[in-house]
Design a binder for this molecule. Structure first.
Ligand code: G6P
Length: 586
């Protein structure tokens, strides 16, 4: 997965594309490049982060009012300058940027063996395919014909040296168009152009767009027909997508949770009631998500068991197709995703729809593929989440899970009250004094080889999420377990001083403390997270008592600890190595 952005209008394109690429870097950051059109094609690209490439080769001095750019997360071919986008055809007249996977790449490459490919990427083949078609067609028709032959996922921007138009197309991978006054910003995601406009056109799969200064013309790639697309206005603002006074987005987004949890519960009652009706009528409910969103699903299953007394199945997006045979037209699938673009979640939804099941999505990005492929949508309203690690979107997902569990139990007001009470708690949990205390703990942990996290009941998914947060950003090996499970093997790894973070919550206190004791007896260093200190703890992180909202209150100190560890270990908290924010490949 990668980020793409283009510009067509009356301003110099390269500086706008450069600033857009910086905003899209959460999608990929191993190499980047820009191409502009001005009496020929001008390209600059290299490996590294956008800012570092710019300091070496100045990306903003490329001339022209039309341009395209790309920030890469390698899938096909290593991280090299040749593999960085933009890519050109043999003649150097066609230039493309691409996000996605071309599945019939090998087949097309064999067919175009008389073309000279300069990179190992699957993307470059598209430029050559268009070149081939241009032998007997104009630019637009050649691009249409070429794209019909491409199998797989793409969002694409294409320029031709001899044409003042830009072509944009999507299938599977995200693409939206920012609409300014006489200027257009096709991009993978909205933050890329929020400095310039809040007006957006959401493209659908198989949309093929011809853009010039007079505006876009939309076609369906499959049947060539003209189509209409509407302009919507987003309620995100440019400030939300900026770091402001913060050094990193991760910290900014952790602190924003005081507000974002409250925004998440601000749902239209009619929709919540409809959803509750669907939940009650369903014969079989599946929660589906990936990564952090999967942990929100798992927490949801405990909440539904405890509060709504309702059985739900939880499946990770990538495993969902294996459950296809349980799906009927009475099944309800609740898909949870920050971006709404995670390929495995979209595939799960496709499988569900094929079987006639209903799909509800809990999603942060309005207009994303998931929102368009769902029967009903609950938006988490967290605003843009830029850090690759999900923090504020996660607690918003948890808040919605809690609200739905209470609503299903016929006690929505109780749920709402519990969540409203979180305002002060979350404010205090993210206060500077708390952050300083967690920095002290991070100093103790920063050179450890392993960390373990344990929890029971509602705290089990919290232990998994805490482990994910800590390892993905600090690169310290961290594993989460159900409190009772560590002794079935992993306890063999406990040595003198091995840290074990123990989540203590109402109802599971006795058992989890005895699990912590088992670890302490083998030399483990016990870090307790809970409302009450205990002699077993070598270090104590106090969190307020909040009952079923404990998954929210207990994870926040872990997000802060993960952040502090990353900073102390010299890791980039916003862009951990090898990761990308939305994984748009299976
Ligand atoms: C990637 C990100 C995770 C995220 C997961 C699901 O792996 O690195 O932080 O939780 O995708 O993303 P989604 O947008 O579907 O919530």
């Amino acid at each position: 997965m990668c980020g793409i952005i283009g510009y067509i209008g009356e301003k110099q394109a390269a500086p706008i594309i450069f600033s857009g690429l910086k905003k899209l870097e959460y999608r990929g950051y191993d190499s980047a490049g820009i191409a502009t059109l001005n009496n020929g094609i001008h390209i600059k690209k290299d490996v590294g982060k956008v800012k570092d490439i710019h300091s070496r080769i100045n990306l903003t001095d490329l001339p022209g009012f039309i341009g395209i750019g790309h920030t890469r997360w390698a899938t096909h071919g290593g991280v090299t300058k040749e593999n960085a986008h933009p890519h050109t055809d043999c003649s150097g007249e066609i230039v493309i940027v691409h996000n996605g996977i071309i599945e019939n790449f090998q087949e097309l490459k064999r067919e175009l063996k008389h073309h000279k490919l300069k990179s190992e990427t699957d993307s470059e083949i598209i430029a050559h395919l268009i070149e081939e078609e241009m032998e007997n067609k104009g630019f637009v028709e050649a691009a249409k014909t070429a794209l019909k032959r491409v199998e797989g996922h793409f969002s694409l921007l294409i320029l031709n040296k001899n044409d003042k138009r830009m072509i944009a197309a999507r299938r599977g991978s995200p693409l939206v168009i920012g609409v300014g006054k006489g200027e257009y910003f096709p991009a993978s995601d909205i933050p890329a152009f929020l400095d310039y406009t809040k007006d957006v056109i959401y493209l659908h799969d198989n949309d093929f767009v011809v853009l010039d200064k007079n505006g876009p013309k939309f076609f369906n790639l499959k049947n060539g027909e003209n189509i209409e697309r509407v302009v919507s206005t987003v309620d995100w603002d440019a400030e939300q997508a900026k770091k402001g006074e913060f050094e990193h987005f991760m910290l900014k987004e952790i602190i924003e949770q005081t507000e974002t949890i409250q925004k998440a519960i601000n749902q239209k009652m009619e929709i919540v009631e409809e959803v509750v009706g669907d939940i009650k009528n369903a014969q079989g409910i599946f929660f589906v998500g990936c990564g952090t969103a999967y942990h929100a699903c798992l927490t949801g299953s405990y909440l539904f068991s405890k509060v709504a007394k309702k059985h739900v199945n939880v499946v990770s997006g990538s495993e969902f197709p294996h459950f296809e045979h349980f799906l009927t037209d009475k099944t309800l699938v609740i898909a949870v995703s920050q971006s709404g673009e995670t390929a495995d979640v979209l595939e799960a939804v496709k499988t569900a729809r094929k079987r006639g099941s209903k799909v509800l999505s809990i999603v942060n990005v309005m207009g994303s593929s998931l929102t368009r492929n769902s029967d009903k949508v609950l938006l988490t309203h967290s605003g843009p989440e830029i850090c690759v690690l999900s923090t504020k979107a996660y607690t918003a997902q948890l808040a919605l899970m809690l609200l739905l569990a209470y609503a299903t139990a016929g006690k929505i007001e109780d749920g709402r009250d519990q969540l409203k009470n979180l305002y002060n708690m979350v404010y205090n949990l993210t206060a500077l004094s708390k952050r300083k205390k967690l920095k002290k703990l991070a100093e103790k942990l920063k050179d450890k080889e392993h960390i373990f996290t344990i929890g029971r009941g509602l705290m089990y998914p919290t232990a998994l999420e805490a482990a994910l947060k800590l390892k993905e950003v600090s690169y310290i090996h961290t594993e989460g377990f159900a409190g009772g499970d560590l002794k079935h093997g992993t306890i063999a790894l406990i040595e003198k001083g091995t840290p074990c973070i123990t989540f203590v919550s109402n109802g599971t206190e006795k058992e989890i403390l005895s699990n912590a004791m088992e670890i302490k007896s083998r030399g483990g260093y016990i870090i307790g997270v809970g409302p009450k200190n205990n002699d077993i703890f070598d270090y104590f992180i106090k969190v307020p008592k909040s009952s079923v909202a404990d998954p929210i209150t207990h994870i926040i100190p872990m997000q802060i600890l993960a952040y502090q560890l990353a900073v102390l270990r010299g890791c980039d908290p916003d862009k951990p190595r090898n990761l990308a924010k939305s994984v748009t490949v299976k």
